[in-house]
Design a protein around this ligand. Structure first.
Ligand code: F6P
Length: 321
């Protein structure tokens, strides 16, 4: 292959730029040119591509977001549109594509692979909701951001003896909630994977009050039973020992400079994906497993594991008392 393209699709994640840099430099190291596609699959639909050079991707490792944009495309769901994208790429002499993104991006990449366009995926989503890879690009930074925010919220909750409900992102996954909750010693962590009832929440609060706790931190995943606003209202409507306040961390978790871990992960995954594509692989995703990159078939990814798996649930039960 002499010419490949790279795009960042779905929600942006810290570390995407490090992956774009690694793809560009790995391709050029192996004698291939690289074109960046603007704004995810929509740049393919609208024919917006631009050559990336080794110097052009200098100094982007530490930057959040994506220098070539990121996004979701409604039009790309249409088969005829995808066929048009493949002929556009071929017309430009582009022989393969690297897709950096999450679940939706995986599906888009699989469709291009079916149409005969060699495609390799680099998993990137702060939600950590892709089966087969232990971690995706952006997760570590998003958790660090949530941890910093929750530490601050605990300070003020403690001063005022309040229950603080902190809603974190994750779509249908509780990964950010579980990890940031454990790392901050949160009293409760509520996720879509393990729903809890109000009775249980109130009982834990009662026990917290009895144990002399001065705050009660609930880390609530966005995909759980209630949004933070509603849970705060329910807490205040019942005779609980703590008044409730809530904070929705939202997009703060998606931005910012990537952590050391995300920079290295993205760099390793970007190189692995490019070398796989240049080696003639297609329809595969680079997965992080047992401390190394592996290639998995996109059509056959293992199921997602529950973030509470392993000993975490017990660890939390013991340490949150
Ligand atoms: O997938 C990452 C994510 O930030 C989710 O946590 C969240 O539900 C969603 O994207 C928000 O997407 P959008 O950028 O379309 O508002």
């Amino acid at each position: 292959m002499k010419k490949i393209a790279v795009l960042a699709s779905g929600g942006d994640a810290p570390g995407m730029n490090a992956a774009i840099r690694a793809v560009t430099r790995a391709a050029r190291f192996h004698g291939a040119g690289v074109w960046g596609v603007w704004d995810g699959f929509s740049g393919l639909v609208d024919h917006r591509i631009e050559e990336l050079t080794s110097r052009g991707v200098a100094g982007i490792m530490q930057r959040g977001g994506s220098i070539i944009g990121a996004g979701r495309s409604e039009e790309f769901f249409d088969e005829a549109c995808r066929v048009g994208c493949v002929s556009y790429l071929r017309g430009e002499g582009i022989e393969g594509l690297i897709v950096i993104g999450g679940n939706g991006s995986l599906q888009g990449a699989a469709k291009l692979h079916e149409l005969g366009m060699p495609t390799v995926v680099v998993p990137s989503s702060i939600d950590n909701d892709i089966g087969g890879t232990e971690i995706c690009i952006g997760v570590d930074t998003a958790i660090n951001t949530a941890v910093e925010a929750i530490d601050r919220l605990r300070d003020t909750a403690s001063s005022h003896q309040r229950a603080m409900i902190v809603e974190v992102m994750g779509r249908n996954s509780g990964y950010i909630a579980v990890m940031s909750g454990i790392a901050t010693g949160a009293e409760m962590i509520i996720t879509p994977e393990r729903p809890v009832g109000l009775d249980e929440i109130f009982e834990q609060m009662r026990l917290g009050g009895e144990h002399g706790k001065r705050h009660f931190i609930i880390v609530l995943a966005e995909g759980a039973t209630w949004p933070a606003t509603e849970l705060a209202r329910q807490v205040d409507d019942a005779p609980n020992p703590f008044d409730a306040r809530y904070t929705v961390l939202g997009y703060i978790q998606r931005g910012g400079s990537p952590s050391r871990f995300d920079r290295i992960l993205a760099t390793r995954m970007g190189v692995a994906a490019t070398e796989a594509l240049l080696d003639g692989r297609s329809g595969v995703m680079v997965a992080w497993r047992n401390n190394r990159c592996e290639l998995l078939d996109v059509d056959d990814l293992p199921p997602l594991s529950d973030p509470w798996d392993g000993s975490l649930e017990r660890v939390h039960e013991i340490t949150a008392t």
